[in-house]
Design a protein around this ligand. Structure first.
Ligand code: C2E
Ligand code: CA
Ligand code: CA
Length: 588
């Protein structure tokens, strides 16, 4: 069989030709694509039903007209000139363009134009085949919207925000306007999610987004970064005072009570501010500076705002370095616990030791916990590190016990984040179970600010832990709010007078008044009192006379590695009373 024979035009008789035309016209009529045939001058000679459907013009209406009746006005003369040029010189043009329907609606179409050649090989007609791509465009626009907006609040996302910020910075550099960034996050948002459910958390975020937007001249300057972080771009402001005032207005709005699911929530936020160009030359650096400013805000009560300040850049860089190294510190075994004894005033014995983190980083060297704990708190690494501290300290106590050391209790520092997470009581219970130590051998040290953060929730957590038989001590007393009335609400057993008061004891009469008052109050509440940072014999004598129960400080011992503790306890307890079998080695 001849493979070049078209089955439709086999034979030469009229009936077969008619059948052929009929089939093709059926095909053309049934197409979803519009088809239009014009003469070389552009006059419309024919079109199919899809053309009528898409353009709204009937076939009868357009025959003899020029397709320019469909022009939308969205393309300039250059566009059409290029189209005609391609059609005439190459015989085809393919592209997208905007056209206008009969009812005036403008729509996008994808169009393929082709010159049809006659028997002489010269162009005789043009055929245009097009489809309406409005749906496609809408989907694309929607996709575009989604990639640039936060689905929950409908405000910009990080990507769009950064694009706009770059533009604002360019304008500012060109002398048109200014650029500043406010970065804020809600305090304790996770608690809302955990206690009221994610649905409530989502609604809270929507309410907060609207409140923040309400403070702004343009809604487009607000973005949500994810979770509970919001970014605001400010391009019109007179000076930093005006910025601070705006920031304060936002914080006030956030602080207004929120009715949610039959409850009333009281929220607060931390806010960092950075200003172009002094705090950052581009969007990325400006954002980093705002984050660094915000990181300066210690967790506490109420709203806080902080400007990026000179020198913070170095601090911010150091902060970022510490954070990135700290992420691996635990897994790489760079963290250690040292232990510092508390010496009983009455008999000189050591019954409790405080576990203190030590970090020797191969990159940064020794980093003080006073520096890396705030970083850990900000990045929430503190929860993993805190779990490790708790476990390691308890295992150490178990190990000392197994090697025959007189029983010691270990005091573990716990941060506000760990308490706020709501998981602490369960962690403590698990660790006690795993290590098999007596709950009385564990003490948790909490600061006032940790307890004051959402105090009702904190009080419940503390209560649960204390019911396990673990004692709770209030750390750094005197440095925070020192709200004495609060103390009675918590299940406390011990109070630690901060180093700063001990330090001022001999010089500053106010310090000794505070120490005396604290001791009186503590006794009234049935609390034991420990003074920390005791460095001199004079301080020891004053504190002992004032009635402190135990003392801690360099005068007795700095924090030491666990292996050295046996000898230490030995030093503070008469050797004959305790058999210390051998130098204790760590097997933590
Ligand atoms: P803190 O709980 O108040 O711990 C006491 C700090 O005072 C320790 O500093 C200790 O080394 C130091 N110190 C002890 N005796 C003296 C003294 O006589 N004079 C002076 N000048 N200082 C003395 P360190 O180890 O640098 O810890 C600093 C802070 O870091 C701690 O303060 C605590 O808030 C935090 N921290 C340490 N370890 C942990 C931990 O495991 N978890 C948490 N959440 N925080 C920790
Ligand atoms: Ca402590
Ligand atoms: Ca302390």
């Amino acid at each position: 069989m001849d493979e070049h024979i078209d089955p439709l035009i086999i034979g030469d008789d009229l009936r077969t030709r008619e059948a052929h035309l009929h089939i093709w016209s059926e095909v053309v009529d049934g197409l979803n694509e519009g088809i239009v045939v014009t003469g070389l001058d552009g006059t419309i000679l024919d079109c199919n039903p899809a053309f009528e459907r898409i353009t709204g013009y009937s076939r009868a209406e357009v025959l003899g007209l020029n397709p320019r009746i469909l022009k939308s006005g969205r393309h300039d003369a250059v566009f059409y000139a290029a189209l005609w040029d391609a059609l005439v010189t190459r015989g085809s043009w393919v592209g997208e363009l905007w056209n206008r329907r009969k009812d005036g609606e403008i729509y996008p179409e994808r169009l393929a134009l082709r010159a049809v050649r006659g028997a002489d090989g010269l162009p005789s007609h043009y055929v245009g085949m097009f489809s309406d791509i409005s749906r496609e465009k809408q989907d694309q626009a929607r996709l575009d919207y989604l990639t640039h907006h936060d689905a929950l609040t409908g405000f910009a996302n990080r990507k769009l925000f950064m694009e706009r910020l770059e533009q604002a910075i360019e304008c500012a550099d060109a002398g048109e306007g200014k650029a500043a960034v406010l970065l804020l996050d809600l305090d304790r948002f996770r608690r809302v999610n955990e206690s009221l459910g994610q649905g409530a958390g989502d609604r809270l975020l929507q309410v907060m987004a609207e409140r923040i937007a309400g403070c702004l001249k343009r809604r487009s300057s607000l973005a949500r970064l994810g979770s509970d972080e919001f970014l605001v771009q400010i391009t019109e402001f007179t000076d930093t005072d005006a910025l601070a005032a705006l920031a304060q207005r936002i914080l006030d709005e956030i602080a207004r009570p929120v009715p949610l699911d039959g409850q009333t929530l009281h929220m607060s936020a931390s806010l960092g501010i950075s200003v172009h160009p002094q705090d950052g030359g581009d969007a990325q650096h400006l954002l980093q500076a705002a984050a660094a400013a915000r990181a300066q805000i210690r967790h506490g009560l109420g709203n806080r705002l902080h400007f990026f300040t000179a020198g913070m850049d170095t601090r911010a860089r150091r902060w970022i370095a510490v954070e990135s190294e700290l992420r691996h510190a635990l897994a790489r075994g760079e963290l250690q616990l040292y232990y510092q004894p508390m010496v009983c005033v009455r008999d000189g014995r050591v019954r409790t030791v405080e576990a203190l983190l030590r970090w020797n980083s191969p990159i940064l060297g020794w980093v003080s916990p006073a520096e890396f704990i705030p970083v850990a708190e900000e990045s929430e690494l503190i929860v993993t590190i805190g779990d490790w501290v708790l476990e390691t300290a308890c295992r150490q106590v178990r190990h000392w016990q197994d090697t025959g050391l007189p029983p010691v209790r270990v005091a573990v520092n716990v941060s506000a984040h760990q308490l706020a997470s709501g998981r602490l009581p369960e962690r403590v219970r698990e660790v006690l179970e795993r290590t098999g130590i007596d709950p009385g051998q564990l003490e948790i040290e909490l600061t006032e600010s940790a307890m004051m953060t959402d105090s009702e929730h904190s009080a419940r957590q503390v209560e649960t832990i204390s019911r396990l038989g673990v004692s709770i001590s209030l750390d750094d007393f005197g440095t925070g709010y020192s709200s004495l009335a609060y103390l009675s609400r918590f299940a406390l057993t011990k109070l630690k007078i901060d180093r700063s008061f001990v330090d001022g004891l001999a010089r500053d009469p106010k310090s000794s008044i505070i120490v005396d008052a604290t001791l009186g109050l503590a006794r009234g509440l049935g609390l034991r009192v420990v003074a920390e940072g005791v460095e001199t014999e004079e301080q020891r004598a004053l504190l002992a006379a004032a009635g402190c129960d135990a003392l801690q400080g360099y005068l007795f011992s700095p924090p030491v590695a666990p292996a050295a503790l046996g000898a230490l306890i030995n030093r503070f307890a008469p050797a004959e009373r305790y058999a210390i079998p051998r130098v204790v080695s760590i097997g933590a």
